[in-house]
Design a protein around this ligand. Sequence first.
Ligand code: HEC
Length: 189
Amino acid sequence: MRLTIQYLAILSVAFMAATWATLGQSDDALFADGVVSDGGDIRVPDNFRTDYAMLGAWSVAGDVDTGSETGLHVVYSQRSTIDAYRQSGQFPDGAVIVKELFNGKTESLTTGEATSAASTAGYFVMVKDAEGRFPDNPLWGDGWGWSFFAADDTQNTTSTDYAADCLSCHEPVRSSDLVYSYAYPVLAE
Ligand code: HEC
């Protein structure tokens, strides 16, 4: 009898642990690498240049983000996101997209007038949230978390409201989940 009670106690602890682990797992993807805090604050993922893969790059003449010089925007995401997108054509829950803004250095090289990445000017980050986890946080909506970071602070966003700070410029690509995905060859099937 005593053994049975002990056995039941162990079983229920194991059950609770399993339930807790499962509950925890539902947010594991979104909170991977601490990119999203429990309250929905976003930060720039550590080591994204080495750990993420490059989706693509933009050369922007008269760049509004880097001040009229030709700037470079380099876009990265997790390898797992690329794999999932190539299979399903959708950004999976927890997908993180980082756009790093570079001030460009333009010079005449043997190839022609060429612009290379000089200093970082800032970071835009989007985090896919298929569940609408943060309905009261104005940095989350339309299926994503949205934040901009100045070059000198990757931990704290300067954005306050995605609808005012981000959305209108991404409306042209609403049909591809508000991402300019046509420019990222690695996402193509
Ligand atoms: C002035 C218009 C404009 C604003 C404001 C803007 N974006 Fe974008 N964003 C773009 C364009 C256009 C691209 C793709 C071309 C480029 O980078 O020049 C882009 C690309 C991105 C990308 C790379 C993925 C993609 O969609 O191709 C991310 C991430 C991003 N923006 C996040 C944000 C976030 C977060 C905000 C708000 C804090 C924001 N953007 C505000 C116009 C804008």
